[in-house]
Ligand binder design. Sequence first.
Ligand code: CP
Ligand code: NVA
Length: 303
Amino acid sequence: MGADFVMKHLLSLEKMSRGDMELVLRNATVFKRDRATHRKPLAGQTWALMFSKSSTRTRVSFEVGIRELGGQVMFLNANDIQLGRGEPIKDTARVLGRMIHGAVIRTFAQSDVEEFAQYSGIPTVNALTDDEHPCQVLTDIFTFQEKLGPIAGKVVTFVGDGACNMPASWIWAAAKLGFELRIAAPKNYQPSADLLKRAGGKIVVTEDLNAAAAGADMLYTDVWISMGKETESAQRIKEMSGYQINEALVKLAKPGALVMHCLPAYRGKEIDDVTFEAHAQTIFDQAENRLHVQKSIVDWMVS
Ligand code: CP
Ligand code: NVA
């Protein structure tokens, strides 16, 4: 680490510059291509994953990725450490910051990840909060570009819960990378006017699912019931029913349009089984790419 080292975090796409996004996406290609032989920038380092919510992809891809970058990794279930008994984030952060070299955090409040970054003094990654899922959307864009070329000028249609973390990260990505984002969601599940105003860019929000899908280069969806929203399940299923990616909707998109899902998927709700299986190759390439893109994110943070 040189004298001109500046501490980097990935807390949100809102706070990430276009140039840094492009750098991470470019280098991810190298980490994917040279998986067996790439550099090991985390040699001698120990990173911690501190998770307050369930995870399959994020946990495994970060654990494998950190090891393949030459580092050691520990998984901390937030409920098993004193944090779960009420120890403040800023105290936990100051302890971990003296022992480990980087942290990957999945939690509820965005302010908790930001406070951790501020007090720990170590590179900190947002591995999903209620506000954003930046690692997922960077991966989705990498996957899109792998298959269809530059995303600038293209049309991405997000279907379903337009007010959760995934569409929020998509909004910032669209505004910064110059593609059109259409969000098809029921009135009560649309992004806030404040978010749309702050982000700018070409973002269309509508209840008209078919209009949003027409001519799109990609249809994208996420669960109707995000982690932490389980008590609202019945109401969400009622209001979001119909906001589904299925064969009829895919027919409205551009021929050869991609279908992606951040996973986990609930067939019969946000996507039907036939459509999911018809696009399984893309969806599981997308899941695999979490590994390569996150290595590139971590490398960017420590370089
Ligand atoms: N897409 C995603 O973040 O998956 P996990 O919740 O399994 O980590
Ligand atoms: N919106 C979902 C994303 C899961 C990867 C959630 O927060 O549960």
